[in-house]
Design a protein around this ligand. Structure first.
Ligand code: SF4
Length: 167
């Protein structure tokens, strides 16, 4: 059974950067200061207006869009597709627990580009097992007293915690 406190954002951050995951999961939230995060939120608003669908909330997760076949996650970049994949797998599992079976579709709508890229993911038995293990690992990780040290890389440039990690 999935812990109620682990959101799609937390699982995404855990794959992307464990320090970011710990900071966010322990409510050190600097995201509103990030230009990149603001752009992402605006993009979400525009897209949901265009598709005349609104974000759907189930338990503690927010789903961008749901169709007869797919759960759709909107992203502004596919720079870290693996993180998004696990986020979507968590959503698919949450839906499955409610008796709603869907496949995952990740739509990447990049700034200044007309075309969108689409990636698909399905919740297989193997992914479900991996996900259960991952969620246990994350719960344990978040209960640790301190965040891991910052391992700086190119992914830090657009991170909301950039200044926090560099003071
Ligand atoms: S700035 Fe870099 S090290 Fe710090 S939380 Fe963000 S991605 Fe992780």
């Amino acid at each position: 059974m999935i812990s109620i406190k682990i959101t799609g954002t937390i699982i995404n951050y855990y794959i992307h950067c464990k320090r970011q995951c710990w900071l966010f999961g322990n409510r050190i939230n600097l995201e509103d200061n990030s230009e990149d995060v603001r752009i992402g939120k605006i993009l979400h608003e525009i897209k949901s207006q265009e598709s005349k669908s609104s974000e759907i909330s189930i338990d503690n997760i927010k789903i961008d869009k749901i169709t007869g076949e797919y759960l759709v996650e909107l992203k502004k970049s596919d720079a870290d597709l693996n993180s998004t994949k696990w986020q979507v797998l968590l959503y698919l599992k949450k839906l499955k627990e409610k008796g709603i079976i869907r496949k995952g579709k990740i739509e990447v709508i990049e700034k200044k580009k007309q075309d969108k890229k689409i990636h698909y993911v399905e919740l297989t038995q193997e992914y479900e097992e991996e996900l259960d293990k991952l969620l246990l690992d994350i719960e344990k990780f978040l209960s640790s007293e301190k965040p891991p040290i910052a391992e700086r890389s190119s992914k830090c440039k657009k991170c909301a915690y950039y200044e926090y990690c560099n003071i």
